[in-house]
Design a protein. Structure first.
Length: 288
C-alpha cells in the first residue's frame, strides 16, 4: 500500500516569493562532488543539521551517484543508505527531498517523512514512479533526462538545446497530468549536466526566465558540475576541482534567482545564502 504523507508541504515551499535553497546530502561512496564524505549514517545526519543551520530550506538526500559513468546500486542498498537518514532528519522538522529514480525508494522515503521526490529521470526510469507521485501527493521534481549515467553523454544530440529541452519537459508534464499528478505538485528542472557535458548548459541557464515562465516552479541544479570546471580551467586547461567551483555556483544562484528560479540545489549552502541576499536586494530595488 502506498502511504500518503500525513503532513502537507509547508506553504512557504510552494510560494514563489523567494528562491529556496536545497542542500545536497550524498549518502554515497562515489559522489563526484564530495568523494563519499557523507557516506556513513552519522556523518550524513550531522551534515544535514549543518546545512539547516547554514540556511537550507530543503535537504535533498540521495543514495545513488548520477555522475557521468557511475554504475547503478541495487535497490536494497539504496534503501539502506537513505531511509534511516531521512527518518532521523525528518524528526527534526526538516523538509526532506529524496533524490531517486526508483519508485520503491520514493515510496519508502515518503513513509519515512520526505515531502519531495526529486527524480532526475522525470519518471522515465521507473514506470511506477508517476503512480507513487500521484497517489502520495508528494511534490515531484521532473528533470530533463535522456538516459542513465552510463550512457547519458552519448545522448547529447540537440537541434536547439533550449527548445528541445523545453519541448521534452512539457511532454513529461503532459504525461504526469494524464497519470493523475496534480499540477501543483510539479516542479521542473532543465537537467544541467545530464546529456549536457559542456556548452549546452549555458543556453539553458540563459533561458532560466523563460523556463520559469512555463507555469511550474523551476529548480536549478548547477552546483559543482563539470561544465563549471571547464569554465574555470587554468592555463593548463585542467578543469577546476569540484570544491573549487563553489564561487561560480553562487554566481549562478544569484542569477537564477533574479530570473525567477523557485529553488537552487547546492552543496555549499552558506555561499548561496549570501548570493540570494544579493539577488533579493537587486530584485527589490528593480521593483521601485
Amino acid at each position: 500500500m502506498i502511504m500518503q504523507h500525513p503532513e502537507p508541504l509547508p506553504a512557504s515551499l510552494t510560494a514563489l516569493d523567494r528562491t529556496l535553497i536545497m542542500g545536497v546530502i550524498n549518502v554515497t561512496p562515489d559522489s563526484f562532488s564530495d568523494g563519499g564524505q557523507w557516506f556513513s549514517h552519522e556523518s550524513a545526519v550531522r551534515h544535514g543539521l549543518e546545512l539547516l543551520a547554514q540556511g537550507a530550506d530543503i535537504l535533498d538526500i540521495g543514495g545513488e551517484s548520477t555522475r557521468p559513468g557511475a554504475p547503478r546500486v541495487d535497490e536494497s542498498e539504496e534503501l539502506r543508505r537513505v531511509v534511516p537518514v531521512i527518518r532521523e532528519l525528518a524528526h527534526t522538522g526538516a523538509t526532506i527531498s529524496v533524490d531517486t529514480t526508483r519508485a520503491s525508494v520514493a515510496q519508502a522515503a515518503i513513509e519515512a517523512g520526505a515531502h519531495i521526490i526529486n527524480d532526475v529521470s522525470g519518471g522515465l526510469a521507473d514506470e511506477e514512479m508517476v503512480s507513487v507521485a500521484a497517489q502520495t501527493g508528494a511534490v515531484f521534481v521532473a528533470m530533463h533526462w535522456r538516459g542513465h549515467a552510463t550512457v547519458m553523454d552519448s545522448l547529447e544530440v540537440y537541434d536547439d538545446v533550449y527548445l528541445d529541452v523545453r519541448r521534452e519537459l512539457l511532454e513529461r508534464v503532459d504525461h504526469l497530468l494524464e497519470a493523475g499528478v496534480n499540477p501543483a505538485q510539479i516542479v521542473l528542472d532543465p537537467g544541467l549536466g545530464f546529456s549536457k557535458s559542456g556548452e549546452n548548459n549555458w543556453p539553458l541557464l540563459a533561458h532560466t526566465g523563460d523556463l520559469a515562465a512555463l507555469g511550474f516552479p523551476l529548480l536549478v541544479g548547477a552546483s559543482r558540475k563539470r561544465f563549471l570546471g571547464h569554465l574555470l580551467a587554468g592555463a593548463d586547461q585542467e578543469p577546476a576541482a569540484p570544491a573549487e567551483r563553489d564561487n561560480a555556483t553562487a554566481a549562478i544562484t544569484a542569477l537564477a534567482s533574479v530570473n525567477g528560479a523557485w529553488a537552487v540545489r547546492v552543496h555549499n549552502v552558506a555561499q548561496s545564502v549570501d548570493a540570494l541576499k544579493v539577488a533579493q536586494a537587486w530584485r527589490a530595488a528593480s521593483e521601485h
